[in-house]
Design a binder for this molecule. Structure first.
Ligand SMILES: [Fe+2]
Ligand SMILES: [Fe+2]
Length: 261
């Protein structure tokens, strides 16, 4: 395995604007950051909600190694058979066993094996099974089979994500939080050697309200009446983290990647 491994993880890609921003910036980021792996959270990539086979295929065609999801995983029915068939896309591992797809996968590049785990928080989100035991089960499933493990914990509550970071510290390469679409400033390598951030943020319009057109979001909050939401097209940003590693299952550094689109 190469001595230096770098994992570029990109936060929730929101709608067409998020996709265009990602695909536009990715070649330059590859050149500058030289990532071994690129992993993208795609739960909002189809018009802000869910993902379609066509969009997932487009991401893979651009060299994305794995796609993670979250609470919008099942918004588009056409993705269900794709989730069962395509090994490079994962939905939360702690969803019901009867749900389409898988929550743990292994991707390989340059002779390096990366385990990718997607998990959902239990607070304020619907996940059929508990987060912490299923995180342990996912790590156990990958033990001895991979050089690195990246965990995307898709959760609303900061406490749950921080708790999981400490719980998995020393057993995985990185625990990265997603779902709030707002990047946090607490990124660090924990004492056991796992990189951690509570939320990576999103790749989409910073000029909206977590992806929604701000006028519509404000109207809904102001009037407390139903409003049809559309994805904002205002002020695109790419938000991610780069995790650098020189030993198996350990991170040397984690840095934020925040780029104006
Ligand atoms: Fe999201
Ligand atoms: Fe989400």
């Amino acid at each position: 395995m190469p001595s230096e491994v770098r994992i570029l993880f990109i936060g929730d890609v929101v709608g067409g604007l998020g996709r265009r921003t990602l695909l536009k910036l990715l070649p330059e980021l590859r050149e500058r950051l030289d990532p071994t792996f690129v992993v993208v959270n795609g739960e909002n990539s189809a018009g802000g909600l869910g993902i379609t086979p066509k969009i997932a295929d487009e991401l893979f065609a651009h060299g994305v190694d794995a796609v993670t999801l979250g609470n919008h995983a099942y918004k588009r029915r056409e993705i269900y058979p794709y989730l069962d068939r395509e090994r490079r896309i994962v939905r939360p591992a702690n969803y019901l066993r009867s749900h389409p797809g898988r929550g743990v996968t292994v991707v390989e590049r340059d002779g390096v094996r990366l385990g990718v785990v997607n998990l959902s928080g239990n607070l304020f989100l619907q996940a059929g099974r508990p987060l912490f035991p299923e995180a342990d089960a996912a790590v156990a499933e990958l033990r001895g089979k991979v050089d690195h493990i990246l965990v995307d914990v898709h959760a609303e509550a900061t406490s749950e994500k921080i708790g999981l970071g400490w719980h998995l510290d020393g057993r995985v390469t990185a625990v990265v939080g997603t779902h709030t679409h707002v990047p946090t400033a607490d990124l660090r390598v924990l004492p056991g050697g796992s990189a951690y951030i509570t939320d990576v943020g999103m790749t989409g319009p910073r000029g909206g309200v977590i992806g929604v057109r701000k006028e519509q979001a404000i109207e809904a909050m102001l009037t407390q009446l139903p409003v049809r939401f559309e994805t904002s097209e205002d002020d695109p940003w790419l938000m991610g983290v780069l995790v650098s590693c020189s030993q198996p299952l350990r991170a040397d550094a984690i840095e934020q990647v925040l780029e104006r689109g």
